[in-house]
Design a protein around this ligand. Structure first.
Ligand code: CDP
Ligand code: CDP
Length: 231
């Protein structure tokens, strides 16, 4: 039997990371973990409970009351984010959460809290995880690291379409501003900034379909698995 591997997918906001991660996990029978959902759920908790995240004590206290879990949806088979046993998969995608998530995700204690759980989830390998620091910090020894990019306008358009379906009041400019702000904060923060790991393979999906991106990634997976067998 072939060894299971760890696959990390990092990159800019809305460039198709979770789409590819889900596709790969389904193909390989691996676990899919959306690490961004964890930062979004923590942010939702902070917003709902008026946590002043500029104070370390308040953050430490709040984190003690947060329990994060992923449960599989019986109908779709997709893993969904639970915050203290409440399904928050839908509400964490809201722009209200997206407006604050990069600020919250830049806090050292928040990252330590999330990273520890992410590493535990990958203990038995056979996992695809997407985010910003998965190949650099969470699983620096992952067998396959992918760094995704896509043209800015395309990313804005794709995310706008998603959000517009839920809320027709959302504007393209709002979405653009949010993506730009998050990309800036995520790549400039002190703790675990977004960057391409030296050994990551870059995938630009501006002009390729979801089917094509899966084919490219599957080829990389096979190469890594073959490489493992040769060793
Ligand atoms: O799906 P999208 O690209 O919009 O973002 P996401 O993956 O849901 O992540 C939301 C936010 O969480 C990002 O903008 C980052 O601020 C933070 N994040 C992070 O700091 N580290 C990760 N591994 C994943 C997400
Ligand atoms: O996870 P991330 O924020 O990087 O992006 P995503 O949620 O996977 O993708 C954002 C949107 O782009 C989704 O609506 C995807 O269906 C769409 N997408 C696409 O149109 N073409 C691709 N090659 C990849 C994603």
């Amino acid at each position: 039997m072939q060894q299971k591997i760890i696959i990390t997918i990092d990159g800019w906001s809305s460039c198709g990371k979770s789409t590819l991660a889900k596709q790969l996990a389904r193909e390989l029978g691996y676990l899919y973990i959306d690490s961004g959902a964890m930062y979004r759920a923590i942010t939702l908790y902070f917003l709902r409970n008026h946590v002043d995240w500029t104070h370390h004590d308040a953050v430490d206290q709040a984190l003690q009351n947060i329990k994060l879990n992923f449960h599989s949806n019986h109908k779709s088979g997709q893993s969904e984010m639970y915050l203290n046993e409440e399904n928050v998969e839908y509400v964490i995608r809201d722009l209200v959460v997206a407006e604050k998530v990069s600020e919250v995700a830049a806090i050292r204690e928040v990252r330590e809290f999330a990273v520890k759980q992410q590493q535990e989830m990958g203990r038995n390998k056979g996992i695809v995880m997407d985010g910003r620091d998965i190949g650099t910090v969470v699983f620096p020894n992952a067998e396959l690291k992918i760094f995704m990019t896509a043209d800015n306008d395309i990313r804005v358009k794709r995310r706008f379409q998603e959000l517009y379906e839920k809320n027709p009041n959302v504007t393209m400019e709002e979405v653009r501003a949010n993506l730009e702000m998050r990309d800036y904060i995520d790549s400039h923060r002190e703790v675990s900034p977004l960057r391409k790991a030296d050994d990551a393979l870059e995938l630009d999906n501006t002009n390729i379909t979801m089917k094509e991106q899966l084919e490219i990634a599957k080829k990389w997976v096979q190469e890594r698995k073959n490489g493992q067998q040769d060793n």
